[in-house]
Design a protein around this ligand. Structure first.
Ligand code: PA5
Length: 449
């Protein structure tokens, strides 16, 4: 049974109940379009049924690959950008020790997962190579298209490094490619070199791919239970694909609430967490919603903050800046660790009033106090509640966000499964780098610089 709950009580005074509830029939129609594949972007709806379609053979193969990698490496490098790394990173960072990089492999009980190909920073990659000089490592290179520049450049450099370090034959055993089943430069390279390969299904777009090997392999290598993760997604799928009312269906409620807020002049949504380990959940969510909704001059702008840290930076703007914001708080009921504030005889810092309290109780009061202050400052708040962070609840959460995102895109009347706007920077970058075929744009752009 799904544990995720959603509370829209703190929208009162900003949007009417009618403006939320009146969307119910539309949402039922969009739910049906997603299930019957009759809406916009229907070629990319493979993610809807992934939780049930992931079979034991695939899970078993990924777990076997993860065991083999774990046995021989300290570091596993995930090369990918956007949907080809954010889902894995979101889950791994939410589950792992906050200081995993400084623990030993024995303490972590798994290799450390590091990331490359999500930027073109020379310093970043050179620093990574220096670390890889000193450690046993393996790589997964993930690109659905197989042609994305950032991971392709990183992989070219990493491939040279791993081949020089281990020799070509052993390097091949340390590289796993995750890409299209038949096309793209990465697929061709993987076939030519004989890399072990997993497939990104044709009908699953990058940002909806966390339940394919794209997410599952790195999560398994990091030592987490991918069966439980998939089971959580399955539980959420059962709920959001069958419940027909806003009160029963959390994806309906979230989509309807944020759409009503958007119509009421709140085009900026800030995802709020109270734990640094959830920052990459927000990064994944930002990509999912930003790329799915931001088109045709429409869409809610997705932003993120980590409180209470950012209450000392962004808090001022949220409280008193332009009133175009609403917040969605990801509330986690119970932490995984225990830490109590000690009493001091002299009470020199004046903190004995919290002595004996668990840190999470203080964090919760900060959360509730902030929620009320922001609502008073005309920032409506939606609250998404999870009992704790585990593989299962993360599976629920990510599937919930995906389904609600697709519904939100349909409410906005955009195709939530394409990203035509991402091409503009790529064309300019290729032209400025002098890629053959871009000569005219190269001249035009250089004149403008
Ligand atoms: O959601 C998407 O489709 C994108 O963000 C992609 O994941 C990203 O651009 C990486 O693409 P690819 O996997 O083809 O390298």
């Amino acid at each position: 049974m799904a544990d995720l709950k959603i509370d829209i009580d703190k929208l009162k005074g900003f949007v009417s109940e009618a403006s939320v509830n009146s969307q119910e029939q539309q949402l039922v129609a969009h739910q049906e379009s997603l299930l019957n594949k009759t809406g916009k972007g229907s070629d990319f709806l493979g993610w809807v049924t992934l939780p049930e379609e992931i079979d034991e053979a695939l899970i078993g193969s990924i777990m076997q690959a993860a065991r083999e990698i774990s046995a021989k490496v300290d570091i596993f490098v995930v090369v990918g950008i956007g949907g080809s790394y954010l889902g894995a990173r979101a889950v791994i960072e939410a589950l792992q020790h906050n200081f995993a990089p400084v623990l030993s492999k024995q303490e972590r009980k798994a290799p450390l997962v590091l990331y490359a190909g999500n930027n073109i920073s020379e310093d970043y990659l050179a620093d990574l190579l220096e670390v890889l000089d000193r450690h046993e490592y393996a790589i997964t290179v993930i690109s659905k298209s197989g042609t994305t520049t950032e991971p392709a450049i990183a992989f070219r450099i990493l491939r040279r490094h791993i081949e020089q370090k281990y020799g070509k034959e052993e390097a091949k055993r340390r590289i796993i490619a995750i890409t299209d089943k038949s096309k793209g430069a990465l697929k061709n390279l993987a076939d030519a070199e004989g890399y072990r390969t997993y497939v990104v299904p044709d009908d699953v777009g990058g940002r909806y791919s966390v339940l394919t090997p794209v997410g599952l392999l790195p999560i398994a290598v990091a030592g987490y239970d991918i069966r439980s993760f998939v089971e959580g997604a399955r539980e959420m799928k059962r709920l959001v694909t069958t419940a027909k009312t806003i009160s029963e269906n959390p994806a309906f409620k979230y989509a309807a609430a944020r759409n009503a807020l958007y119509a009421a002049g709140k085009p900026v949504e800030i995802m709020v967490n109270y734990q640094p380990s959830l920052i990459y959940i927000t990064e994944w969510w930002k990509q999912l919603y930003g790329e799915s909704e931001g088109k045709q001059n429409r869409g809610i702008f997705p932003a993120g903050v980590s409180f209470t840290t950012d209450l000392h930076s962004m808090g001022q703007y949220i409280q008193e800046g332009l009133r175009v914001i609403f917040e969605t708080v990801l509330q986690i009921e119970k932490p995984r660790r225990e830490l109590t504030i000690p009493a001091e005889n002299d009470d020199a810092d004046g903190l004995n009033f919290v002595a004996g309290k668990r840190l999470y109780e203080v964090n919760r009061q900060a959360e509730l106090g902030t929620l009320l202050a922001h609502v008073d400052g005309e920032v409506p708040n939606i609250v998404i509640k999870l009992p704790h962070i585990s593989e299962n609840t993360l599976g629920q959460l990510l599937y919930f966000y995906e389904f609600a995102c697709a519904l939100s895109g349909y409410l906005l009347d955009v195709n939530p499964f394409d990203q035509p706007g991402v091409e503009a920077y790529k064309k300019n970058m290729f032209a400025l780098l002098g890629k053959p075929g871009f000569e005219e744009q190269t001249r035009e752009l250089r004149k403008r610089l």
